[in-house]
Write a new protein. Structure first.
Lengths: 379, 314
């Protein structure tokens, strides 16, 4: 019922294309995260859906209804703004009741709904206060409450956590997930923080420069990025990339970066066969580079020697900033590592988790069926 | 200031002493400033106080001695001047006229300017910025330049009709409506400028949130913009009220009929007909000051806020 469908939607501001031929179907009850760097068009996409911007081309459907020319207030959606946008001169109760009273609901009905939403969010004792008397976290809840009372077809959330401190953000993340399960509504969540997207969303849509890059479940995006941008954007710290030449033969294929040579695992040989003798972009995540002194080597481990530039201790792990042949890359290793800045160490690339991209198109090089993992034995 | 260290004994005893010393030093340093401010206040208040005292003195006393003689024994004061001005000179009628002229002129300006400012700040329409620029440009046109064209226009479009309260004339010279319209027009450029800047500083998210909640433009205007803009609107109301209340020029040109004359006109006529009859003038002048003073003291909080808003935004 609350399915949302973008059909080849384009939005231009004068000569700037903010959203370019965006097509996406969001099924009912999904928690979709729209992620991308600043200025990638994700907020504009949300505003197009909300009816706060006009579509230049294409169609948007909510349910089965074409909403291109439907006013924002008639689209049956609620939005939570980054700034919360609470009405400063109204009490929390009036803030939450505003939309309902404009829709001429009976008074008792409004009171009932507001109290119910306040109970879900644990803000019943704040109903008489003004927004300026609330903390950031409380304001955020009121903004959510204002959306909940409307019982909309879809919730649109525009970076709702970015004004909270780190601890509260983690806590609210879990609460939002719970709320989504409890309400069983469609959530469309815009964020630039891939951690928020990974932790909460059932599906993630990655955008860059107005273009939809990839849509998929969080793990799918992490394991199977479609292109260099998605590979670099999802995951923290982000993936290391090297320019490499595919060398050798079908039996003994390896990647030569000019700095080091690593073998291609048997499971990936077929993907790269057509690139034999050509350049590719080789990607490997920091968590797939380990210190062999602290971790048992995996089957596809390939040794690489590098200089330690900086070490960052995170408690449960250590980020090593490594330099090899003037090229900087990162490893995420066990905290017991003895690597110290200035030292030369040997790390192991777990080639079973390697990624390969075409240098021209920046698309991932792999056999079409994602269901067939071409990577080898994990970990 | 030294950082507080709980392990250091004696630190807690020294802190208040240091604080007191600092406060004392600040008081001494600011002493000349305070003296200057108090001096200015006295200088500015003396004429008003002199006017007030003189208005309660006998005509002979005013002519023979300074006003300060009245505030020591024996207190030789009278309300005769006020009686004379209000009853014989028609000042009571002029007071009512002033209110009839000023209140609608103020309300109209706020109503029109708030709507226009909302459109200039938040609605999209062609040539919006050009129109606003023209509006602001009107701020530099002196009122004097417009007097003769407006007067000629008014004489051309005079509309007479027997109606209660409006003095037999609906529009044109010597009509209340005519002077309301004139004052509104003269007040609008500044009013729109002030309110547009204030409305423009309201966060966009609030409007969008209200639209999504189901509010129309009219709903947003009355339920979000107006309540949030009360400081600016109050300040504007005070500015406009004082401007119209104290206006002599526009009334002099456009109100030929002496029965419609506001207090400013009445006082000038007192000057010419009584020459140096100060006792009547002082009482009349104080009556004309009373209402603005009352309004200023009642709304001075907003007045100061409004001045600050103008200073920062302008």
């Amino acid at each position: 019922m609350a399915r949302v469908n973008f059909d080849h939607v384009t939005k231009r501001f004068d000569n700037v294309v903010a959203v370019n031929d965006f097509s996406l179907e969001i099924p009912d009850r999904e928690f979709l995260a729209l992620v991308g760097p600043s200025g990638c068009g994700k907020s504009t996409t949300l505003r197009l859906l909300a009816g706060l911007e006009e579509i230049s081309e294409g169609d948007i459907y909510i349910g089965d209804r074409l909403v291109n020319n439907v006013a924002a207030k008639d689209r049956d959606i609620a939005m939570v703004f980054q700034s919360y946008a609470l009405y400063p001169h109204m009490s929390v109760y009036d803030n939450m009741a505003f939309g309902l009273s404009l829709r001429k609901l009976p008074k008792e009905d409004i009171g009932h709904r507001v109290h119910e939403a306040a109970q879900i969010l644990g803000i019943e004792d704040l109903l008489k206060r003004k927004p300026r008397q609330l903390s950031g976290g409380q304001r955020q809840r009121v903004a959510l409450g204002r959306a909940i009372v409307r019982d909309p077809a879809a919730f649109l959330l525009d970076e709702p956590l970015s004004n909270l401190d780190a601890k509260l953000r983690v806590q609210t993340r879990a609460e939002l997930s719970k709320l989504h399960q409890r309400l069983g509504a469609t959530f469309i969540y815009v964020t630039h923080d891939q951690v928020e997207a990974m932790t909460m969303a059932t599906r993630i849509a990655v955008m860059n420069e107005g273009l939809l890059q990839q849509v998929g479940a969080p793990q799918e995006l992490y394991d199977w990025p479609d292109n260099v941008f998605v590979a670099g954007f999802i995951g923290s710290p982000s993936m290391n990339f090297f320019e490499a030449k595919v060398a050798g033969s079908q039996e003994g294929m390896h990647l030569d970066t000019g700095i080091f040579r690593v073998p291609v695992p048997a499971s990936r040989v077929n993907d790269l066969l057509s690139y034999l003798g050509k350049e590719i972009i080789f990607g490997i995540r920091p968590e797939n580079i380990c210190d062999p002194e602290c971790q048992p080597a995996s089957a596809d481990a390939a040794p690489v020697t590098a200089q330690v530039d900086v070490t960052e201790l995170m408690g449960s792990e250590v980020f090593l900033h490594l330099v090899a042949g003037g090229k900087l890359f990162m490893a995420r290793v066990d905290p017991r590592t003895r690597a110290r800045p200035g030292q030369e160490i040997r790390v192991e690339f777990d080639m079973g988790h390697m990624h390969a991209f075409d240098p021209q198109t920046e698309e991932a090089i792999r056999s079409k069926e994602k269901g067939q993992p071409s990577r080898g034995q994990a970990g | 200031m030294a950082r507080r260290n709980p392990s250091m004994s004696g630190g807690s005893a020294e802190a208040p002493v240091a604080l007191a010393l600092g406060a004392a030093r600040r008081t001494v340093a600011r002493f000349p400033l305070h003296v200057a401010i108090i001096g200015l206040m006295v200088l500015w208040s003396v004429p008003t106080i002199a006017l007030l005292v003189s208005s309660f003195r006998e005509p002979t006393a005013i002519a023979s001695s300074g006003w300060w003689n009245a505030i020591k024994e024996p207190f030789d004061l009278t309300v005769g001047n006020y009686q004379s001005v209000l009853e014989k000179q028609g000042m009571a009628r002029a007071f009512v006229n002033s209110i009839i002229i000023t209140v609608p002129s103020t309300v109209l300006v706020i109503l029109v300017a708030a709507l226009a400012a909302y459109a200039f700040a938040w609605m999209k329409f062609p040539a919006r910025n050009l129109l606003f620029l023209l509006m602001v440009a009107l701020l530099v046109v002196p009122v004097q330049m417009t007097l003769i064209p407006v007067l000629r226009l008014y004489t051309d479009v005079t509309v007479d009709a027997e109606l209660p309260l409006l003095g037999g004339r609906i529009f044109g010279t010597s009509s209340y409506v005519g002077i309301w319209v004139a004052h509104t027009a003269y007040g609008l450029p500044f009013a729109i400028y002030l309110l547009r800047n204030f409305f423009g500083s309201l966060p966009r998210d609030l409007f969008e949130s209200a639209y999504l909640d189901g509010a129309s433009d009219v709903g947003v205007f009355f339920r979000i913009v107006l309540p949030l803009s009360m400081p600016a609107i109050s300040a504007l109301a005070i500015f406009q009220f004082l401007w119209v209340w104290n206006d002599l020029l526009v009334a002099l040109i456009l109100l030929g009929d002496p029965t419609l004359a506001p207090m400013t006109l009445k006082i000038t006529s007192l000057v010419s007909s009584f020459g140096t009859n100060y006792q009547v003038l002082t009482a009349a002048a104080f009556i004309s000051m009373a209402l603005p003073l009352f309004i200023f003291f009642a709304l001075q909080r907003y007045f100061v806020q409004g001045i600050l808003a103008g200073a920062v935004k302008g």
